[in-house]
Design a binder for this molecule. Structure first.
Ligand SMILES: CC(C)(COP(=O)(O)OP(=O)(O)OC[C@H]1O[C@@H](n2cnc3c(N)ncnc32)[C@H](O)[C@@H]1OP(=O)(O)O)[C@@H](O)C(=O)NCCC(=O)NCCS
Length: 208
């Protein structure tokens, strides 16, 4: 399908979401890739990943950019050549980008019970407010997405989800929360915002 949704979330900050229903061939025909990204595409093992990668190029085109306007740092963080900030996510059937004047991060995760098994890897203090009887999986996914989004925004080697990031108590109804980050010289609280889209949860953060 074409663009699933797009919205302005703050001044000069836009999110675009793609629901990936097209075949690999249809997506491939619709975008132009520079050699570096063509090589990356060819090296991907799963077609699902390839379609996610290509759908991000569709989102870029919708926003008035092409693959040629995008470049990556050595750590994998994407940037736009016009100086705007961008963050990228793709997960199974959806992809999304956030573009802003400010540093940003975005993540989409599929809501599934498997997160319970791995929660101990990315959660520590948050267990004190989490209640297994109350939106447990939904909240675990928000916390995971929040930490992924903040990680992408800060992109700092060694930044640990469990040791350096703490999502403060939140409710699903608020659709936002705050995350403390303490790492090297960083001692900050970042706002995170979330939306549930079908069986996925999208979380984003903007460095105000
Ligand atoms: C790199 C990482 C942030 C990717 O997130 P993900 O949820 O696996 O995958 P997503 O589809 O949401 O995001 C992938 C996009 O993130 C972006 N990205 C990759 N490395 C990045 C970095 N260092 N900084 C910012 N953005 C980055 C890229 O745009 C990438 O997509 P693209 O290469 O196709 O353009 C993640 O794998 C990671 O390394 N996390 C930190 C490690 C960690 O502590 N994990 C603990 C989990 S319990």
């Amino acid at each position: 399908m074409p663009l699933y949704t797009s919205f302005t979330v703050a001044k000069n900050t836009q999110i675009l979401v793609w629901k990936i229903t097209e075949s690999y061939n249809d997506l491939f025909r619709a975008v132009q890739l520079k050699d570096f990204c063509m090589a990356r595409l060819e090296g991907m093992r799963s077609e699902s990943h390839q379609r996610g990668f290509l759908s991000v190029r569709m989102l870029l085109q919708t926003a008035g950019y092409t693959d040629f306007d995008l470049y990556y740092n050595d750590d994998g963080k994407p940037h736009l050549k016009d100086g705007k900030e961008i963050s990228i996510t793709h997960s199974y059937g959806f992809s999304a980008i956030i573009i802003s004047d400010k540093n940003v991060g975005i993540d989409i995760e599929l809501r599934r019970d498997k997160v319970i098994r791995i929660a101990d890897k990315f959660i520590d203090a948050e267990f004190e407010f989490l209640d297994q009887a109350d939106d447990f999986v939904r909240k675990l996914i928000v916390i995971w997405g929040a930490k992924e989004a903040i990680y992408k925004m800060l992109s700092r080697n060694g930044l640990s989800f469990k040791q350096n990031m703490n999502v403060l108590p939140f409710t699903m109804e608020e659709k936002k929360g705050r995350t403390e980050v303490k790492f090297e010289e960083i001692n900050s609280i970042y706002q995170v915002f979330f939306e549930e889209i079908e069986e996925f949860t999208m979380v984003y953060t903007i460095d105000d």
